[in-house]
Design a protein around this ligand. Structure first.
Ligand SMILES: *Cc1c(COP(=O)(O)O)cnc(C)c1O
Length: 523
């Protein structure tokens, strides 16, 4: 139990193993640590939250045979019970508004409240995608302005605004590449992807019908350029490269790579998820990139939102711009703004490969991202990148004496610091440090990614953490590293203080129980 302060604290509700506890309470609650059953278990005879008039028997109709014979199996709760249920559950959660969220690669940034205020303006929040265009010109102008900023910041020719996430943007980019190849009458079907890439890259390439070939990483954590060049040939449609890469390092040879790929007739897709580290400093267009998605929920601070709604616009080079999907915001000769919804868009944009989504993207995210950009200005955005990189290097150099930093010798990192569990005693690993971090009151870092580093821990502090905040996080990480180095086996049982402890994540993923069927106590 060395190093674990258990005084006065109760461990998770489902185990008391290994932790000294106070009295067992009748309620299962521990003062402000509240336990909460499933909503179905709160069901009680004759309770409800609203009064609804009794429904008159529907007249016989063609649908009559489908009329419900039994009451729906919905739990009955009073309004205060419903409110408390969800509030109690929310308190068991962790969020960016509670503390640092150091997930590397995910860029969990603070969501400025100004963005929320702008997105809630009725002119943006209440518009409908099928409204006549004349009545939503302001909203179209937001899309246009954001598009202009993205084009300027990346030095690219055009942008497709409708994709709804990074991975969706990857698909958009690869479909543009496919359309460009079709237009050239070529059937190239290989996409090269470095082994350090995010899993979405090979998945997208395969989904778009390409064959994936892997490029190895150098011992310094960068793309092996010689190995890449060797693979170039008449069947290669393009490469997908992340810059800065997922080891947190800039790929200085991207321009050279792009020249070689172009000379071999291929296109360069850049995974722009890490644009946060270089925004305002580097324009990917200058490096020869043909397509790059931008995760507005990473670089431009819009909420990650539990899987949606997101936005992943894709900037495109001159070569790919004509194939961008519909719709498109343009200006008429008289300066009027409109959304082009049909093919044959005229000069430069006449060969759309189709459409990614029903409408024109996530208005709420566009508004937030534009608010973020305008409130920072060009100089502010540059400082975002500089501070993100400074914070990550502060973490890297504050911990590289207690944790192995696999590429620490490669010089400064970009916006994320990479460590590994090499050097920890046999049996103690990355997972134990990550779970211990929960007891320390932090969300764990990204673990076991990138795959090129065994036992990887990828920490991305982002630019909005203060030095004080970083010091607190570093102190916790040091403590955990020291406990692990001292062979403190109690880390295997962490987290002690979370509402739930080590869950069987594999079983939860493989055999999820999604339907309530009464008492489901299982062995
Ligand atoms: C987040 C991320 C993606 C995928 O983006 P989503 O918006 O989650 O679909 C792709 N590549 C990298 C490197 C990322 O960090």
């Amino acid at each position: 139990m060395s190093g674990v302060n258990t005084a006065g604290w109760r461990p998770s509700m489902n185990s008391t193993e290994g932790v000294a506890t106070g009295p067992v309470t009748a309620s299962g609650d521990r003062a402000l640590m509240l336990e909460e059953p499933l909503i179905f278990e709160l069901d009680g005879e004759g309770k409800w939250g609203v009064d609804i008039d009794a429904c008159e028997r529907p007249m016989a109709s063609a649908l009559a045979k489908f009329a419900r014979k039994a009451a729906p199996a919905l739990p009955g709760l009073t309004e205060p019970e419903v409110v408390r249920h969800y509030t109690r559950l929310s308190r068991q959660n962790y969020g960016i508004d509670l503390g640092p969220f150091p997930l590397g690669s995910c860029t969990m940034k603070h969501n400025p409240r100004l963005n929320e205020k702008m997105a809630r303006l009725p002119g943006f929040a209440d518009v409908h995608p099928l409204q006549p265009q004349k009545t939503v010109e302001g909203a179209l102008e937001v899309i246009e302005q954001l598009a202009d900023w993205l084009i300027t910041l990346t030095g690219m020719a055009s942008v497709a605004m409708s994709p709804k996430a990074g991975a969706h943007g990857e698909l958009c980019g690869l479909l543009c590449i496919r359309a460009a190849l079709d237009a050239r009458g070529e059937t190239r079907d290989i996409v090269l992807v470095p082994e350090s890439a995010h899993g979405t890259n090979p998945a997208t390439a395969a989904f778009a019908g390409f064959k994936v070939q892997t490029i190895p990483a150098t011992p310094e954590g960068r793309v092996d350029v010689a190995a890449l060049k060797e693979k170039l040939g008449p069947d290669v449609a393009g490469v997908m490269i992340t810059n800065p890469n997922t080891c947190g390092l800039f790929e200085p040879e991207l321009k050279d790579i792009a020249d070689a790929v172009h000379a071999a007739g291929g296109y360069v897709y850049c995974d722009g998820a890490n644009f946060n580290a270089i925004v305002g400093r580097v324009r990917p267009g200058d490096l020869g990139v043909d397509a790059m998605h931008i995760n507005l929920h990473k670089t431009f601070s819009t909420p990650h939102g539990g899987g949606g709604p997101g936005a992943g616009p894709v900037v495109l080079s001159e070569a790919l711009a004509p194939f961008a999907p519909l719709p498109f915001v343009t200006r008429g000769a008289d300066g009027s703004i409109h959304l082009v919804e049909e093919e044959n868009r005229g000069e430069g944009h006449d060969r759309a490969f189709g459409r990614m989504v029903a409408f024109h993207g996530q208005m709420g995210m566009f508004t937030r991202a534009l608010a973020y950009i305008l409130s920072h200005g060009a100089d502010g955005l540059r400082q975002v990148a500089e501070d993100a990189v400074l914070n990550a290097n502060y973490v890297l150099r504050s911990l590289d004496d207690v944790l192995e930093a696999p590429f620490g010798a490669s010089g400064p990192c970009m916006h994320e610091a990479l460590f590994s569990d090499a050097g920890l005693p046999e049996g103690l690993s990355t997972l134990d440090i990550a779970k211990g971090l929960i007891d320390e009151g932090f969300h764990p870092m990204t673990v076991y990614f990138p795959l090129v580093v065994k036992g990887a821990m990828l920490i991305e502090p982002t630019e909005t953490e203060s030095k004080q905040g970083l010091d607190r996080f570093i102190a916790s990480m040091r403590r955990l590293a020291e406990r692990a180095k001292a062979g403190d086996e109690s880390l295997h049982a962490a987290p002690f203080y979370a509402p739930r402890r080590r869950l069987d994540e594999t079983r939860a993923a493989r055999k999820p129980v999604l339907v309530w069927k009464g008492d489901q106590t299982e062995g």
